[in-house]
Design a protein around this ligand. Structure first.
Ligand code: HPA
Length: 276
């Protein structure tokens, strides 16, 4: 079976359950999954109900699609994502994003928990992602090109759509929520970085580091849909923070700022929906 056939099979599983056509696809990061509980769900599909779908194993990741509305905007939420460090192939990492593209999503809204590399960031800050660095990570589009979705050599000069970024800035200002901005770097994980690696990232111009997001952004841009995203800085990166890093800390900070984060994401999506 080709990767495209696998994708079509997954789409058929979704379509057997719901004919919902989302405007915006939202991927929720670690500790941020509760946002999906806010939506008036019109349908939910567990990942294991979808043929060929990679199922996440991370604590705090639920593993289902939730379909519903934020205001008038039709949204499909991925409550729980799949990560490279879980051992999935590149193709499996891309499948969920590609599936949401085929469902009809016009915008991919990414969220994640990230370590703050920029020394002016504190745990609990939010960062608008203005660009990313994925050079240290195996390119997710290595291998045969899925010609049905997009070109062999996709342009990446504006991964994070400028207009969507402005909408998020405007929404944060309206809500009175402080918003940092910067460059996100995806590494494979599962180790957190060493202090030397964080110094390397600083030298490269990275503001926040994590283990997701950029590959999904690339999948979405390859398939021609727009992308935007916000990182929740759950901790200062290694060597900046005086204490050792842990998934518990990431999770706790995510939970602590979740109400503000939820509001920012939800209101941004309502505003974005109004512009589509
Ligand atoms: N490094 C990598 N990924 C992360 C971090 C970090 O410090 N915090 C949350 N996700």
């Amino acid at each position: 079976m080709t990767a495209y056939e696998k994708l079509q099979n997954a789409l058929a599983c979704v379509r057997a359950k719901t004919d919902f056509v989302p405007d915006v696809a939202l991927i929720l990061g670690s500790g941020l999954g509760a946002l999906a509980d806010e939506i008036d769900a019109v349908a939910t599909i567990d990942y294991h109900e979808i043929e060929g779908f990679p199922v996440s194993t991370v604590m705090g990741h639920k593993g289902r699609f939730v379909f519903g509305y934020f205001g008038d905007t039709k949204v499909v939420i991925m409550q729980g994502r799949v990560h490279y460090y879980e051992g999935y192939s590149r193709e499996d990492i891309l499948l969920p994003t590609r599936l949401m593209v085929l469902m009809g999503a016009k915008v991919l809204f990414l969220t994640n928990a990230a370590g703050g590399v920029n020394r002016s960031f504190s745990a609990g800050d939010f960062m608008l992602i203005t660009d990313h660095i994925m050079t240290l990570f195996p390119n997710p589009l290595l291998g045969p090109n899925m010609d049905e979705l997009g070109p062999r050599f996709p342009d990446m000069s504006e991964v994070y759509d400028k207009k969507l970024c402005q909408t998020i800035r405007d929404t944060a200002a309206r809500l009175g929520t402080p918003l940092q901005e910067g460059v996100y770097c995806q590494l494979t994980g599962p180790t957190f970085e060493t202090p030397a690696e964080v110094r390397l990232l600083t030298a490269l111009g990275v503001d926040a580091v994590g283990m997701s997001t950029a590959s999904e952004a690339v999948a979405a841009r390859h398939a021609g849909i727009k992308v935007c995203g916000i990182s929740c800085i759950t901790n200062q990166a290694a060597g900046i923070s005086p204490q050792p890093l842990s998934h518990e800390e990431v999770f706790e900070t995510g939970n602590r700022v979740a109400p503000l984060f939820r509001e920012l994401v939800k209101e941004s999506i309502i505003a974005i929906g109004g512009q589509l």
